[in-house]
Design a protein around this ligand. Structure first.
Ligand SMILES: NC(=O)c1ccc[n+]([C@@H]2O[C@H](COP(=O)([O-])OP(=O)(O)OC[C@H]3O[C@@H](n4cnc5c(N)ncnc54)[C@H](O)[C@@H]3O)[C@@H](O)[C@H]2O)c1
Length: 253
């Protein structure tokens, strides 16, 4: 549908959940996919894509570490060529109310989402501009950016990513690079299931609450986000930049 042949995509956090669905979707549109993840399941996702006729490799990468990012991007260039798509999706939660939140909880979340997004974008734009390669970046934010009790670290990172993306959209537009943000609602992934478990919230009850408050009467699936990302990185979206697209099953606040 979006003809991503000849495009090389880096998807961080592509070993499971939204990143996995995005890697599979972009590959099905013809893109060559590089999965940057700490989780070895990235290898299984890459193998599945290859077995179904696509092209993908897993690069063990911790997005908190500049050295890992530099090394993995170099390997992508050697293996495939200059990337033209970056989906900055890798994420973790370390939820706690402010009086219990440690510096480690704060740093882990900010470093993964915000600093990781910044470093991946910085390396990608350097390679792309040098090679006069146009393309698109997509960052994953969250409704938590509006404020969510127990998530001061996560909400700050997700709000920060919007500032990062909007600034990059202005800085990189002249080089033909679009930069957009997708805001998922409640998507049925391990991140949310585990967060519910840690908070001792029954997951089925959580789903029922989501369905009740949503306009679209279901919980989101990772593929809903992958569909939006596939559009945003395609030529059809080449005049859309600095946008914050809610994929939440209800109107944005
Ligand atoms: N699921 C939701 O409802 C939801 C809602 C809003 C935003 N999001 C955001 O969407 C993104 C994907 O979430 P998900 O639900 O698929 O989560 P998930 O936990 O299922 O997957 C996250 C992936 O990121 C990887 N990762 C974590 N730390 C990493 C690191 N330092 N380096 C490289 N990879 C790392 C994990 O190994 C995993 O494969 C996250 O940024 C998350 O904050 C999710």
């Amino acid at each position: 549908m979006y003809a991503l042949d000849n495009r090389i995509a880096v998807v961080t956090g592509g070993a499971q959940g939204i990143g996995e669905a995005t890697a599979i979707r972009l590959a099905s549109e013809g893109a060559t996919v590089a999965i940057f993840d700490v989780n070895e399941k990235g290898q299984e996702v890459a193998s599945r894509i290859s077995e179904s006729g696509g092209k993908a490799l897993w690069f063990r990468t911790d997005v908190r570490l500049r050295n890992d990012i530099e090394t993995s991007f170099s390997a992508v260039v050697d293996e495939f060529g200059i990337p033209s798509i970056l989906v900055s999706n890798a994420g973790i939660v370390r939820d706690n109310f402010i009086h219990k939140m440690t510096d480690d909880d704060w740093d882990a979340v900010i470093d993964t989402h915000l600093k990781g997004g910044f470093m991946c974008a910085q390396v990608a734009q350097r390679l792309m501009i040098k090679a006069e390669q146009q393309g698109s970046f997509v960052f994953l934010s969250s409704r938590a950016m509006l404020g969510n009790p127990g998530q001061v670290n996560y909400a700050s990172a997700k709000a920060g990513l919007i500032g990062l993306a909007r600034t990059l959209s202005v800085e990189l537009g002249r080089f033909g690079i679009t930069v957009n943000v997708v805001v998922p609602g409640h998507m049925d992934t391990e991140m949310v299931r585990k967060a519910a478990e840690r908070a001792r919230v029954d997951y089925q009850e959580m789903c029922a609450r989501t369905i009740e408050r949503n306009a679209i009467k279901r919980v989101g699936q990772a593929e809903d986000i992958a569909n939006a990302i596939a559009f945003l990185v395609s030529d059809q979206a080449s005049y859309i930049t600095g946008e914050v697209l809610h994929v939440t099953g209800r109107p944005p606040m």
